[in-house]
Write a protein that binds this ligand. Structure first.
Ligand code: NAD
Length: 453
C-alpha cells in the first residue's frame, strides 16, 4: 500500500494500492488499444472533448484544489490558481487538433508536403511540487496531438492525478486514453522508460533521475523530453526599482515553500545597493505568513516530507561562506515546517550557491558590474529561468540575451504562461512545454511526396 501523508499534520490522508510492473503493463495495453480510435477521431471532435475536460476541471476546481493543498502542503489560494492553470492548459490545447498544420514544399516531378503524426503511447512521469499542473502541461498537448497516455504521479502526491482520471472519463475522454498508475519511480517509472510499446517519456523531476531516464530510454530509442532542476538567478542592478525588486524576491524563492524548479534562489545584487536591498528584503521576508495550507491567510505551507526538510536544513548550517542573514517564522510541529531563510553574503563557490536546495532558502551574492553579473548568473550547471531588475532597457535586453536559461523575465519574477514555451538550457533539461512548441514534443513530422508526372 502507499500511505499518502498530509505534510501539514503528518497524518495519513489516504491509503492506496501500490502499482507495480503489472499495473504499468496493463495500463500500456489499455492505452495501445485506445490509440487508434483517439487518433482517428475527427479533429473537431477531439477538440470539443478537450474543451469539455477544461470545463470539468473548472467545475471541480475547489474539490481538486483542496485535495492538492492537503496532499502537497500548499496554500489553498495557490492550489486554486494551479487548478485554474490546469483548466487553462486544456482550453489552450483544445484549439490544437484543428491547427496541427504542415508545409507544402516545392520539389521536382510532384508535390511534397508534411503532416504531423502522434507518437502513440506516451509515458508521463511527474514530481510532487506541482502535481496536477505539471501533469496537465504534458497531458493536454499529448492528447491534443492524438496520443494516449500513461501518467505516473510522484509517490508522495498521487491524489489529484487519480481524481483527474475520473474527471477525464466523466468529461467524455474515451476509456483507455488517460491511464494513471501510482507507484514507485524505481519500479513503475523505470518500467515505462523500458517498455517497448511506450513511444516517448515526458519527464519532470530531478536532474539525477532525468539522467537515468535518458540513459534508459536509449535502449529503445524512445523520444524523451526532460524538465529538470534549476538554480536560477534574480539579478538586481543598482538602477532598479529596489523596493519592487525586494517585494517580489520572496515569492520568487519562497513560493511553494521554495519547492519550485524556477525558484530564483540566487539573488545577485549590485554591491553598491546591497544594504538597502537587504533592509527591504528583511521586511518582506518577515511578513510572510507560514501556516495551515487550508487557511485563506497562509502564503507558505510546510515542506513535502521529513526527509526533504532534513536535506533543506543541511544548507542552513551557519557556515562562514553562507551565513544566515534573515530568518522568518514558521509554526512548531507536527508538520514539516521550515522558516523562510536568507543567506548573505554567500560565496559563489559555497554549496548553498551551487546546489538546488528546493526549499525556502535564498542565497544573496553581491556583484560588481554588468559583466560580473552575467558571469555569476551563468556560473551554474543549470539554466532554467531567471529575472533581471533594472530601469535601463538596453541593459535588460543585453543581460537577458547573455544569460543561458530557457525562461527569463524583466522587472518581474514570473516564469510560466500557458501560451509561452517553458524549459531549460544545460542540465535543466531539453524540450519545451507549453505554448505552440509543446506540440513538437508529442508529434513526428512526416514528409509525403506525391508524384504527378
Ligand atoms: P524525482 O526526480 O525524485 O522524481 C520525479 C518523478 O520521477 C517521480 O514521479 C518519481 O517517482 C519518478 N522516478 C524516480 N526514480 C525514477 C526512475 N529511476 N525511473 C523513472 N522514474 C523515476 O523528483 P522530485 O523529488 O519528485 O521533484 C523535485 C525535482 O523536480 C527538483 O529537482 C525540481 O527542480 C524538479 N522539477 C523540475 C521542473 C521543471 O519544469 N524543470 C518542475 C518541477 C520540478
Amino acid at each position: 500500500m502507499i500511505q499518502v501523508i498530509e505534510p501539514a499534520t503528518e497524518a495519513v490522508l489516504e491509503e492506496l494500492p501500490r502499482g507495480g510492473i503489472e499495473e504499468i503493463d496493463a495500463a500500456v495495453d489499455r492505452a495501445r488499444e485506445a490509440f487508434p480510435g483517439w487518433r482517428a477521431m475527427a479533429p473537431g471532435e477531439r477538440a470539443s472533448r478537450l474543451y469539455a475536460l477544461a470545463d470539468a476541471v473548472a467545475d471541480r476546481r475547489e474539490e481538486l484544489a483542496v485535495l492538492e493543498a492537503r496532499n502537497a502542503g500548499k496554500p489553498i489560494a495557490d492550489a486554486r490558481g494551479e487548478m485554474d492553470m490546469v483548466a487553462a492548459t486544456f482550453r489552450y490545447y483544445a484549439g490544437a487538433p484543428e491547427r496541427l498544420l504542415g508545409d507544402t514544399i516545392p520539389v521536382a516531378g510532384g508535390q511534397a508536403f508534411t503532416v504531423r503524426e502522434p507518437l502513440g503511447v506516451v509515458g508521463l512521469i511527474v514530481p510532487w511540487n506541482f502535481p496536477l499542473t505539471i501533469a496537465a502541461w504534458k497531458l493536454a498537448p499529448a492528447l491534443a496531438a492524438g496520443n494516449t497516455v500513461v501518467l505516473k504521479p510522484a509517490e508522495l502526491t498521487p491524489l489529484t492525478a487519480l481524481r483527474f482520471a475520473r474527471v477525464a472519463l466523466d468529461a467524455g475522454i474515451p476509456e483507455g486514453v488517460v491511464n494513471v498508475v501510482a507507484g514507485p519511480g524505481s519500479v513503475c517509472g523505470q518500467r515505462l522508460v523500458e517498455h517497448p510499446h511506450v513511444a516517448k517519456i515526458a519527464f519532470t523531476g530531478s536532474t539525477e533521475v532525468g539522467r537515468s531516464i535518458a540513459a534508459g530510454a536509449a535502449a529503445t530509442i524512445k523520444r524523451v523530453t526532460l524538465e529538470l532542476g534549476g538554480k536560477s538567478p534574480n539579478v538586481v542592478f543598482a538602477d532598479a526599482d529596489l523596493e519592487a525588486a525586494a517585494a517580489a524576491a520572496p515569492s520568487a524563492v519562497f513560493g511553494n515553500a521554495g519547492q519550485d524548479c524556477c525558484a530564483r534562489s540566487r539573488i545577485l545584487v549590485q554591491r553598491s545597493v546591497l544594504d538597502r536591498f537587504m533592509d527591504a528584503l528583511e521586511d518582506a521576508v518577515e511578513s510572510i505568513r507560514v501556516g495551515d495550507p487550508l487557511s485563506e491567510e497562509s502564503e507558505m505551507g510546510p515542506l513535502i516530507s521529513a526527509a526533504h526538510r532534513e536535506k533543506v536544513s543541511s544548507f542552513v548550517n551557519g557556515s562562514g561562506d553562507a551565513p544566515v542573514a534573515i530568518r522568518g517564522s514558521a509554526p512548531d510541529g507536527p508538520g514539516y515546517w521550515f522558516a523562510p531563510t536568507v543567506l548573505c553574503p554567500v560565496d559563489p563557490g559555497a554549496r548553498a550557491a551551487r546546489e538546488e536546495i528546493f526549499g525556502p532558502v535564498a542565497t544573496v551574492i553581491p556583484f560588481g558590474d554588468e559583466n560580473d553579473a552575467i558571469r555569476l548568473a551563468n556560473d551554474t550547471v543549470y539554466g532554467l529561468s531567471g529575472s533581471i531588475w533594472t530601469r535601463d532597457g538596453a541593459r535588460a535586453l543585453r543581460v537577458a540575451r547573455a544569460i543561458d536559461a530557457g525562461v527569463l523575465s524583466i522587472n518581474s519574477n514570473t516564469s510560466v504562461r500557458v501560451a509561452t514555451p517553458f524549459g531549460g538550457f544545460k542540465q535543466s533539461g531539453y524540450g519545451r512545454e507549453l505554448g505552440p512548441h509543446a506540440l513538437d514534443a508529442y508529434t513526428e513530422v512526416k514528409s509525403i511526396y506525391y508524384a504527378t508526372s
